[in-house]
Design a protein around this ligand. Structure first.
Ligand code: HEC
Length: 382
């Protein structure tokens, strides 16, 4: 399912990037042609291509007209399946974290699903409201929605589930934009041309706006979907701030390229993005946990902690029913393995507190500190 999701996602984002680039890269045709507003030449894979863009629409439609929608639908369907398979069927492990909010798995699933539904209605409502006419108001409104979801979900769901759900909210908005706004608008456009009537320009403009929103959402979504590989982001104390900053950087990056492709200059964007990335890197440097614990653990203490809190999953023969093999290929069956992985153990169990998932084995803060202290001392074996 993950494979399908990745392939569908690449096809979708790939075509989306390509058409967005096209849209911003057309130049006036060298030889003027009736109805044609832009022309673009390119070379790829041994062929030359000339693409023309009509100002509104051609007088007559060709027999074969390509639509791009299944990439989006398949991405959403496979993503929703993954959400159910990983986060809802494994809610105890991945969705609920008692240290964040001690809620039932049913309540957490209800929160997750409603977040996706609400996201669309709030976004769509905002886009259709009179406020949408004022661009800065719309932008601030949409960004506030993103910030609020990051904060609220972070207060209710386990950290990594919160990140995935914000990503899924954006992905749902993007897919619904395709399904309920962009494709219907194109269908009416095609129907109007077939009737020989005039296409609705206002509707076309609205669909183009949704398409542009989708474009700005791509980079934040892509990060959120791979965020589970980066515990320093979702595992951070201010993970919602990091989510917002990363999203702004992603949106800013798209903006930079959109302007550049259109031949416009905005010299402040690139330095802001770089400054933002450096700021984020500094913000997420792991704090030296464990140093002030005032206690020193011996290696055998550490082994005891790992055996009690981690071994049920991280073993070649896991006792936790959810696993048939050690997750991420990491087992702590021998003392050498524990020592070898000392740095990564610190990263997930001390610096970011993302392991054990949902703290399912009930590791204590004191135990985390002892591990941190031991790794900071160079993980000595006594
Ligand atoms: C309930 C099962 C479970 C328990 C208990 C558990 N883990 Fe994990 N661990 C996982 C899973 C699943 C992964 C795979 C990555 C993921 O899905 O987040 C993982 C991944 C990891 C990784 C690799 C992360 C990376 O990308 O570097 C480390 C290191 C790790 N765990 C350490 C620990 C430590 C240390 C403990 C005990 C304090 C622990 N785990 C307890 C399930 C568990």
């Amino acid at each position: 399912m993950r494979w399908v999701h990745l392939i569908a996602g690449i096809s979708w984002i790939g075509t989306s990037f390509y058409f967005n680039w096209l849209n911003h890269s057309f130049r006036d045709p060298v030889k003027p042609k009736v109805g044609v507003g832009g022309e673009l030449w390119s070379v790829h894979g041994g062929g030359f291509y000339r693409v023309e863009r009509f100002v509104v629409a051609p007088d007559e439609l060709p027999e074969v007209l390509h639509w791009f929608k299944w990439e989006a639908y398949l991405t959403w369907l496979s993503g929703a399946s993954l959400l159910v398979l990983v986060y809802y069927m494994g809610a105890e492990l991945y969705l609920v974290d008692p240290a964040v909010a001690d809620i039932s798995t049913f309540a957490a699933i209800a929160v997750g699903v409603s977040a996706l539904v609400l996201a669309w209605f709030m976004y769509d409502g905002l886009c259709r409201s009179p406020l949408a006419k004022f661009k800065p108001v719309l932008v601030i409104g949409l960004l506030s929605l993103l910030a609020a979801s990051a904060y609220v979900l972070g207060e209710v769901l386990g950290a990594r589930a919160a990140y995935i759900h914000v990503g899924s909210m954006l992905g749902t908005i993007m897919t619904a934009n395709v399904l309920w706004v962009i494709i219907p608008s194109q269908q009416r456009l095609v129907a109007a041309i077939k009737r020989g009537g005039e296409p609705d320009v206002a509707e076309g403009r609205h669909a183009a706006m949704r398409s542009l929103h989708n474009n700005y959402m791509t980079l934040p979504v892509l990060f959120l979907m791979i965020s589970i590989h980066y515990p320093v982001t979702y595992g951070h104390e201010y993970n919602w701030v990091i989510l917002i900053l990363l999203s702004l950087i992603g949106i800013g990056t798209r903006h930079f390229f959109n302007l550049r492709n259109a031949g416009k200059k905005a010299p402040w964007i690139a330095p802001s993005i770089i400054a933002g990335l450096v700021g984020l890197a500094v913000l997420t440097i792991p704090r030296k946990a464990g140093i002030d614990s005032g206690q020193q653990a011996s290696f055998s203490d550490i082994i005891a902690i790992v055996n009690q809190r981690c071994l049920s999953c991280h073993s070649l023969t896991p006792t936790n029913d959810a696993f048939a093999a050690p997750p991420a290929g990491i087992d702590f069956d021998t003392v050498d393995r524990i020592r070898d992985f000392a740095g990564r153990i610190r990263a997930v169990a001390v610096d970011t507190e993302t392991m054990p998932p949902g703290n399912i084995t009930g590791i204590t803060l004191e135990e985390r500190r002892l591990i941190g202290d031991w790794v900071n001392r160079g993980s000595p074996i006594d």
